[in-house]
Design a protein around this ligand. Sequence first.
Ligand SMILES: *Cc1c(COP(=O)(O)O)cnc(C)c1O
Length: 355
Amino acid sequence: MKSLFFTPGPSQLMPTVEEHLRTAMRDDIASYSHRSLLFTKLYEDTVSSLKKLLDIPADYQVFFLSSATEAWERAIQNCVHTTTFHLVNGAFSKKFYQMAGELGKTAHMLQVEDGEGFNPVSLDIPDECEAVCIVQNETSTGVSIDRHDIYAIKKNFPDKLIMLDIVSSAPYFDIDYTFTDCVLFSVQKGFGLPAGLGVLIVSPRAMETAARNRAKSLPVGSYHSFHTLKAYADKMQTPETPNVLGIYLFNKVIHDMLDKSIAAVRRNTEVKFQMIHHFFVDSPKYHLFVANTALRSATVTVAEVEGGSKPLIERLAAENVIIGSGYGQYKPTHIRIANFPAHTTDEVKHLLEML
Ligand SMILES: *Cc1c(COP(=O)(O)O)cnc(C)c1O
């Protein structure tokens, strides 16, 4: 029997993926060359459809990479000469920070307790920091950052590039991209697809910065430098043989969402979040990890389970309902529940009844 996955990524696949996979096999999608007309048309349509879905400005670049982790590296490598600044409130934002150090950058951070947020007004970011790196939805703890806080940071620090991880909130998260410079996600979370594809959305300003850094002979990478990515993107191609099947499925799911309208997809996420949130607030057995109601993520709910989370996770798994354990140090005590577009209202009801 098939299981129902509420894990925060990889997660439940979109219900249409099976049919799209069958069509891909029928149409030989995985055998066509990535230099063929078929691929360039797929590339062009995927980029333009994603721009339509998320309202990405026409002059922004969309690059296909292998994962969100790769996108962190490419963003820092191409756009940062010496120094980054990071908002850290959990394991993913911490990893983003550590990566900057591994790339030889001086990384500053403002760290708050796990599960807490940031006050954008009181941020003190040293002048030498070129980029502010933010994980909008911290998947390890279930905290989200309001888009208005991101606008405030960009307004207060207009000379700094905003690097924004929306891995576990896309496509639900809605932002005016003109306030951002490198926005990244991978497709195995909110897009309900198999893993193996990362997406990086780059502003003209970040492209110019990357070109300047390359001209200074900084190590901006080789086949996935912004320079090379753009040279191929201009031809509707990728430098390497990409995950063509992944791009194909991504294209199909974007069209499924456009058919429903992104507003409807987002509304449905909110309706399901209200159900999940009410349940946890009312249940004495569980304690939501994020204390501040306004900071609770709509797409990843993290709760502490009295007596530990393992027996609960096992009980649900025996009924083919798979939920996430806590992340890192919280593994034995927390559960994490994803609320992605692939989850129907009835499936969420079923989960809550079992909980
Ligand atoms: C899952 C996740 C990542 C890593 O994504 P990969 O596709 O595995 O590289 C990065 N950031 C956040 C917030 C995540 O939830």
